[in-house]
Design a protein around this ligand. Structure first.
Ligand SMILES: [Fe+2]
Length: 157
């Protein structure tokens, strides 16, 4: 059991915290800017009730995506495909504005505008990335199956 503070995106308890800087995403930007390498792009807090990868388990996490740009690109999550295309993900926005970019390896593309309260089911076949188009942090929650598998290879939409 943990404690969720919805508005702030904070979890309290045995959770995993990560932070990604512009430099961590060096291979993801269209035009990487070394001078921004230490800028924090986003932070996540994740709860894995059972070890990651366990079949039938559901995970829970927040992301706080900061406003900013690298060249012409808004700050973004690196994004990923699920290895199991049958395994989707729920996203719930609590504050800020942005866009959810969806793409298949073929040519299918979708853009979903993110505003507080938006609750969306991401089908498992879609690469998914979130961008912050506003001037405040974009805070959202996600829930996904622990055994979906992740492919974080750089992917340009
Ligand atoms: Fe995902």
């Amino acid at each position: 059991m943990i404690h969720t503070d919805f508005p702030t995106g904070n979890l309290r308890g045995e959770v995993v915290r990560t932070s990604r800087t512009v430099g961590d995403l060096q291979n993801y930007w269209a035009s990487y800017d070394e001078s921004l390498k230490d800028s924090v792009v986003y932070e996540t807090q994740s709860w894995f009730p059972f070890p990651d990868g366990t079949e039938g388990v559901v995970c829970w996490a927040s992301t706080k995506l900061y406003p900013g740009k690298v060249g012409d690109e808004h700050f973004m999550t690196r994004g990923h495909f699920h290895l199991k295309e049958t395994h989707g993900e729920l996203i719930i926005v609590v504050s800020g504005i942005g866009q959810l970019l969806l793409a298949t390896r073929e040519s299918e593309r979708q853009v979903v505008d993110l505003t507080p309260g938006l609750t969306f089911y991401i089908e498992g076949k879609f690469f998914h990335r979130v961008i912050n188009t506003g001037d405040k942090p974009l805070v959202f929650w996600c829930s996904w199956p622990a055994d979906c598998g992740h492919d974080y290879s750089p992917f340009r939409i």
